[in-house]
Ligand binder design. Structure first.
Ligand code: AMP
Ligand code: ZN
Ligand code: FE
Ligand code: FE
Length: 289
């Protein structure tokens, strides 16, 4: 057993990954990871299965989630580690987000059909493997039908913010998302900060100041696609705002090409040492009744 490396950002078929929670944990064990967090979008449905399989195989599976939060410019995702997946208030909030997804998805279909693309919601549901339906599933169908040659092209041409098939959905504000995670006993960690602003020269400081005041605990300072310069910048910013460092691959299986579990594009290394401070911080947020 490799006791050094972990992966704190992964997706399963419960949201928009291509491996079932079971297969994902087995793959992590094969990769000899010491621990992994299952961080499906707005959903904890894969956690029971993943945690149980982790116990069986001797790899720690951290119960987690990735929430989309409202942000005027790019995309803000907040990871919650060590959440109580049975917490009633938290599950209620997740249901609200899942409802927003179900309202949005048919509108994406209408927008794509209005552009002349032949695509149905049934096809997208079939591509989703039974969990939450997300944009990567629309992308997968567009690739299968030959409208685009890659998932990336599907996002660029049709699905990303500002593209003609993009449809807004309800999200929590960042403070609400952070509080929801704390109430469920988890630590709140800002994921992949480079997606926050389309203009990457925007300084993060004012936003990090605000998020820290709202209770943000950590930031993803190790990530599959970071350049050395980005990694250095995020690490500095995390230190400056006393944010705990976190790291992960954002593995989606076949739904995100070129990113492998644990190793990202091949050189990712997330040390086990990052986990204990996150766990200890989570202990300071006992689940609310
Ligand atoms: P959704 O939550 O359904 O809006 O889908 C969000 C997911 O789509 C993200 O977590 C990514 O996996 C994927 N995604 C978003 N934007 C892009 C993009 N520009 N290129 C590729 N994948 C993307
Ligand atoms: Zn995703
Ligand atoms: Fe994300
Ligand atoms: Fe993710």
């Amino acid at each position: 057993m490799n006791d050094r490396w972990i992966d704190l950002h992964t997706h399963s078929t419960a949201s928009d990954g291509s491996l079932t929670p079971l297969a994902l944990v087995r793959y992590a064990a094969e990769k000899k990871l010491r621990a992994m967090a299952l961080t499906d979008h707005d959903c904890v449905d894969g956690l029971d299965e993943a945690v149980a399989e982790g116990e069986r195989l001797g790899i720690e599976v951290i119960p987690a989630v990735e929430l989309s939060a409202d942000h005027p410019d790019g995309t803000m995702h907040i990871l919650g580690f060590f959440v109580d997946r049975r917490h009633e208030g938290f599950c209620g909030r997740l249901r609200r987000l899942q409802e927003a997804r179900r309202e949005r998805n048919p509108k994406i279909i209408q927008a794509l059909q209005a552009l002349g693309l032949e695509i149905t919601y049934e096809e997208v549901i079939a591509a989703s493997g039974g969990g939450q339906v997300g944009r990567p599933h629309f992308a997968k169908v567009l690739v299968q039908k030959g409208y685009v040659s890659s998932m990336q092209e599907a996002f660029e041409r049709y699905l990303k913010k500002g593209a003609p098939g993009y449809v807004e959905k309800f999200r929590f504000g960042p403070p609400e998302a952070i509080t929801a995670i704390h109430e469920a006993g988890g630590v709140a960690v800002l994921a992949h900060p480079f997606t926050l602003y389309k203009d990457h020269s925007v300084p993060l400081a004012p936003l990090l100041e605000t998020l820290s005041q709202a209770g943000l605990d950590g930031m993803e300072v190790i990530y599959s696609t970071y350049s050395e310069e980005q990694a250095r910048y995020y690490r500095e910013q995390a230190e400056r705002y006393h944010l705990l460092p976190s790291g992960g691959s954002d593995f989606h299986g076949a739904h995100k090409q070129g990113i492998d579990l644990g190793i990202g594009r091949g050189r990712l290394q997330v040390p086990f040492e990052l986990l204990e401070p996150l766990r200890n911080r989570a202990r300071t947020y006992p689940p609310s009744l």
